[in-house]
Design a protein around this ligand. Structure first.
Ligand code: THU
Length: 131
């Protein structure tokens, strides 16, 4: 069972480390792995703007490096209103299976929107074609 409160807290905590001097839009993301671990990441911007990395992708890269391969949920904390992951991050997350997407306002962590990843990315590129 996903400990949603702990997952949201991890996303809140990591968001404080966001490096976002250009957009000033801090994002924290935390993944719940199938074995019950939490792995978090924040957005890391770059003066060469396209090289910036989203929080979700930072979390995925860290989790994969730690040996995780499957996630049950991701919590994302950003914005005044809850924000959903960008299109690219939806595809990157889906690589590791369908999951709950818990989007939380950074202003009020009780404002939460919940989705299923597949519903956020209908007609996704079919990974089975590559396997
Ligand atoms: N950002 C994320 O970290 N995740 C998203 O899903 C959307 C956007 C970051 C990228 C950039 O650093 C800032 O938010 C503004 O776009």
């Amino acid at each position: 069972m996903v400990d949603e409160a702990a997952l949201i807290q991890a996303a809140l905590d990591v968001r404080r480390n966001s490096y976002s001097p250009y957009s000033r839009f801090a994002v924290g993301a935390a993944l719940w792995t199938v074995d019950g671990s939490i792995v978090a990441g924040c957005n890391v911007e770059n003066g060469s703007f396209p090289l910036s990395v989203c929080a979700e992708r930072a979390a995925v890269a860290t989790a994969i490096g730690l040996g995780h391969r499957q996630f049950m949920a991701v919590a994302i904390v950003a914005g005044d209103d809850p924000v959903t992951p960008c299109g690219g991050c939806r595809q990157v997350l889906l690589e590791f299976g369908d999951m709950d997407v818990i989007c939380v306002s950074a202003r009020d962590c009780h404002r939460v929107s919940r989705y299923r990843l597949r519903d956020l990315l209908p007609h996704a590129f079919d990974l089975e074609e590559l396997r």
